[in-house]
Design a protein around this ligand. Structure first.
Ligand SMILES: Cc1ncc(COP(=O)(O)O)c(C=O)c1O
Length: 362
């Protein structure tokens, strides 16, 4: 559906663009909304995408009957732009985010955003907000949030007559504070998705379902927990996700990188990147398989991985009355650290990237 031919950015020429004074303490950046100068907006109507536009307006004016508001017909993505040491800017695997958004669109009967349009929109947003990209060496990055919503007059449960695709950006620091400091997590009895539901699609409903488990995890007394661990929704015996991140572990013999496989897990681009790096650069065996919550003794290291979480080492997991500690308290495992160095090194341009992983924005 749709075509990207008319996809030009037609509001402002680069010379005429607004450029706000940016007064940010880069070192203390967290993961909070900061309004940046430009966002991309494109409309889909009667089977086609209209020309996209960069706009300063960060408000959307949409019909009260919009399916995104009532029936959760929307999806989104998250990716980052990184400032390199030579001043250039890297996007990390945006083609994979485009493909995943297309998969979300198919699941929720929305028109697919063509990859070319998706990547060009990201590129334009980064260029127009270039002054918001945290400097190299601060550990920050520019987080891009592409999203697609069903809009237009409607009342019944059916796909929307019109759609809006937008990309905005926010400068961010670490999602889980503390960088490579291990964090504790706690299993929840709630599910973020059903066995044959929408867990593999990046759609808002999964995240609405995660708000309460997150809140409960954060307020559990006794220890500090960063987020909830979701078990497989069918049997509640296997680890699926760590908050809004995928899970991985290293077997006790230090030889294998394992990450859960399930149709209700979001296919994390970071996870697939780590599977590649673990095998090709660290020489580990890699497996997508089952990680049983009552067999954690078989693993020496564990981590959460995602665009926002990067790699967050897991210190320990609380499951019912039992707390399982990985490795030495307060220290990331050696293989977790090596994976982190490889991944982050590639993202910031310090290490060679596998073919096609980096798209230069400037
Ligand atoms: C539920 C969930 N799992 C995993 C991830 C990690 O995916 P990615 O590595 O593509 O950012 C995310 C973040 O996008 C997420 O929201």
């Amino acid at each position: 559906m749709g075509d990207s031919e008319g996809m030009t950015v037609n509001t402002v020429t680069p010379d005429a663009r607004k450029r706000s004074e940016v007064n940010i303490d880069w070192a203390s950046l967290g993961f909070s909304y900061i309004r940046t100068d430009y966002r991309f907006l494109a409309h889909w109507k009667e089977g086609a995408w209209a020309a996209g536009t960069l706009t300063e307006d960060n408000m959307l004016h949409i019909a009260e009957g919009s399916t995104a508001l009532h029936y959760g017909q929307q999806c989104f993505e998250g990716l980052k732009a990184y400032r390199c040491q030579d001043g250039s800017v890297n996007l990390f695997r945006p083609d994979q985010n485009a493909a995943r958004m297309q998969a979300s669109c198919r699941r929720l009967l929305m028109p697919e955003v063509p990859s070319e349009m998706f990547i060009e929109a990201c590129r334009q947003v980064v260029q127009a907000n270039e002054h918001f990209i945290p400097p190299y060496g601060t550990g920050g990055s520019l987080y891009l949030r592409p999203f697609l919503i069903g809009v237009g007059d409607n009342i019944g449960v059916r796909p929307a007559p019109e759609f809006i695709f937008s990309v905005f950006c926010v400068p961010v620091g670490p999602y889980f504070k503390g960088g490579l400091t291990p964090m504790n997590f706690i299993t929840t009895q709630f599910d973020r998705a059903a066995p044959h539901g929408t867990g593999a699609a990046k759609v808002g409903g999964n995240y609405a379902a995660s708000l309460l488990p997150h809140e409960e995890a954060a307020h559990t007394r006794g220890r500090t927990f960063a987020d909830a661990i979701y078990l497989d929704p069918a049997t509640h015996t296997k680890i699926e996700e760590v908050g809004a991140a995928n899970f991985f572990a290293i077997t006790k013999d230090g030889k294998k990188f394992i990450t859960p496989k399930s149709p209700s897990i979001l296919p994390s681009i970071t996870k697939y990147s780590l599977l590649h790096l673990a095998e090709k650069r660290l020489g580990l065996q890699v497996e997508e398989g089952d990680v049983y919550i009552d067999q954690l003794d078989g693993y020496s290291e564990a981590g959460a991985c995602g665009t926002a979480a990067v790699i967050t080492p897991i210190g320990g997991i609380q499951h019912g009355e039992h707390f399982h500690q990985f490795g030495v308290e307060g220290q990331p495992g050696p293989l977790t650290r090596r994976l982190y160095d490889e991944l982050v090194g590639i993202q910031y341009g310090d290490k060679d990237a596998p073919e096609g992983w980096i798209v230069k924005v400037q």
